[in-house]
Design a protein around this ligand. Structure first.
Ligand code: HEM
Length: 559
C-alpha cells in the first residue's frame, strides 16, 4: 500500500507538469497565428478585459458592443481582434472591418452559403427559435426552407400586406392618441413591440394575434411567447446563465409556445385542405405558415415540429428588431430638430391635408418609393443602432482564411467570428468625422437597401460613396435577413403615419437639457443636448435599456 502511495506521489509532479503544458498549449498555442491584441492569461484568457470594460462604464446593463468598442480602440483599431473567452465562451474573433465581414458572409467554394453559423445561436436561443430554425439550419436543409419562404417576402407581395400593416398601425395610433391626451409618461417599448408582433403574427399565420388588445393581451401564442422572451432579459450577463429557476421557466414556456403554435398549425392545415379546391391565384395564402405546409398531405409530428420552429423563428426575428428600430427613430428624430423638420416637410409634400393611410392605400408603390428622406432616416438609425448581428464559425481544420489590408492571410477556423455591426457601421475610415452622428443626409440618393441581399463585390461603392458592404444591419450574402424589406416597409409606413401627428419627448435617460426659459439647448452640430445617454442593453437583441420612456404631445400641425 505504502509503495503505491509513494509511486503516485512520485508521479504527481510529472502529471502536474504534463497538465500545465497541455493547458499552456490550449491557451497560448492553438490560436497564436492570429495577431494578438491583448496579453492572454492562462486561467481566464481575456475575460478580465471584458470585466474591466464594464467597470469603466460603471453599468453592467450596457450592451457588450460598447466594451468591444473600447477594446478595439485600445488595440489601435485593427481590422479584427481576438478575445479568448474560454472557459465561459468560445475563442472569438471580433470583426471591425466591412471588408473582412464581407469575406465571411459571401459565397465561396468552401462555404457556398457564407461561413456556417455559430453554434452559439442554438446554444443561446435554441428554445426561442427551435432546433431546426431557418436562422441556424445549414446546407440543403437551409436552402429548401429559404426557397419555400422567399415568395412570402417578395417586394410585390409585401405591398399587398399594406392594408394589414395600416390596420395594425391605426390601433397603435389610437393608443398614442390616448397617451397624448392624458399627458402621462409611458414605455414606448411594449407599444412598439405589440404593434410589430401584431403585424408579424398576421403575416406569418394569417391570424389576428390581437397583441395590441389591452383586454385579452393577445392570443395564447402571444401570451406564452411574451413569457418565454421574459426569461431572456439577462442574456448580456454571462453568470446569470447559471440561474436554474430561469432556465426551468424557459423550458416550461417554450413547451407552451410549441403547443399553442402546433394548435394553430393544425387549424391552418385543415383550412388549407378545405380551401384547396376553390383557391385561385388571388386568394392563395402566402403566409409563412401556408408556405410551410405547401405540398403537405399528412401532418406528421415531424412536419408539425419543423413548421413550429419556423413560425417561432419568424415571430421572434420579425418583431423585436423592428420595434427597436421604431423606438430609436422616434428618439433620434426628437433630438435632431433639423431632421425632424425635413422628414415632416417630406410628409407634408406627399400627404398635404390628407390622412397618410388613405394615400398609402390608394397609391402604395408610388408613395412608398417617394419616401426617400424617411428611408434615409431608417437607414441611418440601423447604421448607428443595429438591433441584431451575426456570429459564424468555420469548423476547425477547414482552413478558412481572410485577407487583411496588409495582404496577410489569417486562418480563422475554429473561432467564433462576430461581425460587429456596431464597430463596422461606425468605422471612421468609412464614415469620417460624422461616424457617430445621426446624419440621414449621407444616404440621400442611396436609400435602396435591396443591394444588401445581392452578393456584390465588397469594394463596390454606393451612390453615397460609402462602400455597399459597410452598411450591413441585415447582414449580407445568402444568409441576409429575409424580412429586411418588410421591416423597411413597416418603418416607412409607421413614420409616415405618426411623425406629423405627435411630438415625442424623451424622459429619464437621454432626456433633453433645457435652458432657464425651458427651451432645449442645441450643440454645435444642431442636435439637442441631452442630460445623459440612452444606451442599449443586450436582451437577446440590442435595445434601449430603459424601454424608451417617453411623453408625447400633439404636434400643432398634425392633429
Ligand atoms: C430592423 C429589423 C431587422 C433587422 C435589423 C434584422 C436583422 C437580421 C440579421 C442581422 C440577420 C442575420 C442573422 C445571422 O446571420 O445570424 C437576420 C436574419 C433573419 N431575419 Fe431579420 N432582421 C430584421 C427584421 C426581420 C423581420 C421583419 C423578419 C420576419 C420576416 C426577419 C426574419 C429573419 C429570418 C428568418 C432570418 C434568417 C434568414 C436566413 O438565415 O435565411 N427579420 N435578420
Amino acid at each position: 500500500m505504502a509503495n503505491t502511495v509513494y509511486a503516485v506521489l512520485a508521479l504527481l509532479p510529472v502529471l502536474s507538469w504534463y497538465l500545465y503544458a497541455r493547458l499552456k498549449d490550449w491557451r497560448f498555442k492553438k490560436y497564436s497565428h492570429i495577431p494578438e491584441s491583448f496579453p492572454n492569461s492562462l486561467a481566464l484568457g481575456h475575460l478580465k478585459y471584458i470585466a474591466e470594460g464594464f467597470k469603466q462604464f460603471g453599468d453592467s446593463r450596457r450592451h457588450p458592443d460598447y466594451v468591444f468598442d473600447l477594446l478595439w480602440k485600445k488595440a489601435g483599431c485593427p481590422q479584427l481582434f481576438l478575445l479568448d473567452l474560454r472557459p465561459v465562451n468560445y475563442v472569438t474573433v471580433f470583426v471591425a472591418s466591412h471588408d473582412i465581414a464581407e469575406q465571411i458572409s459571401k459565397v465561396t467554394k468552401l462555404h457556398p452559403t457564407g461561413v456556417t453559423k455559430s453554434p452559439t445561436i442554438q446554444w443561446s436561443y435554441g428554445r426561442l427559435v427551435g432546433k431546426r430554425s431557418l436562422l441556424s439550419e445549414e446546407g440543403e436543409s437551409w436552402k429548401s426552407l429559404r426557397k419555400r419562404f422567399n415568395p412570402g417576402f417578395a417586394p410585390q407581395h409585401l405591398l399587398t400586406l399594406l392594408p394589414k400593416i395600416l390596420q395594425k398601425a391605426s390601433i397603435f395610433m389610437n393608443k398614442l392618441d390616448a397617451l397624448t391626451d392624458s399627458g402621462i409618461e409611458f414605455d414606448m417599448d411594449p407599444l412598439c413591440t405589440n404593434l410589430t408582433f401584431d403585424i408579424i403574427g398576421d403575416i406569418v399565420t394569417n391570424v389576428d394575434f390581437r397583441a395590441q388588445d389591452d383586454v385579452s393581451g393577445g392570443n395564447d401564442i402571444v401570451h406564452s411567447f411574451r413569457s418565454l422572451i421574459e426569461t431572456y432579459t439577462d442574456t448580456g450577463r454571462i453568470w446569470l446563465w447559471l440561474n436554474v429557476p430561469v432556465r426551468l421557466r424557459r423550458i416550461y414556456y417554450s413547451v407552451k409556445v410549441d403547443a399553442a403554435i402546433k394548435r394553430c398549425i393544425k387549424e391552418k392545415f385543415n383550412e388549407i385542405k378545405a380551401a384547396q379546391s376553390t383557391e385561385t391565384k388571388q386568394t392563395k395564402d402566402r403566409s409563412v405558415l401556408a408556405l410551410a405546409l405547401k405540398d403537405t398531405d399528412v401532418l406528421t409530428n415531424d412536419i408539425s415540429q419543423t413548421t413550429a420552429d419556423q413560425v417561432k423563428t419568424f415571430l421572434f426575428a420579425g418583431h423585436d428588431t423592428t420595434s427597436i428600430l421604431l423606438q430609436r427613430l422616434f428618439y433620434a428624430l426628437s433630438i435632431h430638430p433639423k431632421c425632424l423638420e425635413t422628414i415632416r416637410a417630406e410628409h407634408n409634400a406627399m400627404f398635404g391635408d390628407k390622412d397618410p393611410r388613405d394615400v398609402l392605400l390608394a397609391k402604395p408603390d408610388e408613395t412608398i418609393k417617394a419616401l426617400t428622406y424617411t428611408s434615409a432616416c431608417i437607414k441611418e438609425a440601423l447604421r448607428l443602432w443595429p438591433p441584431a448581428g451575426t456570429a459564424r464559425l468555420a469548423p476547425p481544420g477547414t482552413g478558412f482564411k481572410v485577407r487583411l489590408d496588409n495582404g496577410e492571410e489569417v486562418c480563422l477556423d475554429g473561432t467564433v467570428l462576430y461581425s460587429c455591426q456596431y464597430l463596422i457601421q461606425r468605422d471612421p475610415k468609412v464614415y469620417g468625422e460624422t461616424a457617430d452622428d445621426f446624419a440621414p443626409e449621407r444616404w440621400i440618393g442611396d436609400t435602396d437597401t435591396s443591394s444588401t441581399s445581392k452578393d456584390e463585390d465588397s469594394a463596390e461603392i454606393g451612390a453615397s460613396k460609402i462602400p455597399i458592404s459597410a452598411w450591413r444591419p441585415f447582414e449580407r450574402g445568402p444568409r441576409h435577413c429575409i424580412g429586411q424589406e418588410l421591416a423597411n416597409l413597416e418603418a416607412r409606413v409607421i413614420l409616415a403615419c405618426v411623425m406629423r401627428r405627435y411630438d415625442f419627448i424623451k424622459v429619464g435617460a437621454g432626456e433633453v437639457e433645457l435652458d432657464e426659459k425651458g427651451n432645449p439647448t442645441v450643440d454645435e452640430k444642431g442636435r439637442y443636448k441631452t442630460k445623459s445617454e440612452l444606451f442599449n442593453s443586450m436582451v437577446v437583441t440590442s435595445k434601449p435599456f430603459d424601454k424608451t420612456r417617453m411623453r408625447i404631445k400633439w404636434h400643432k400641425a398634425g392633429k
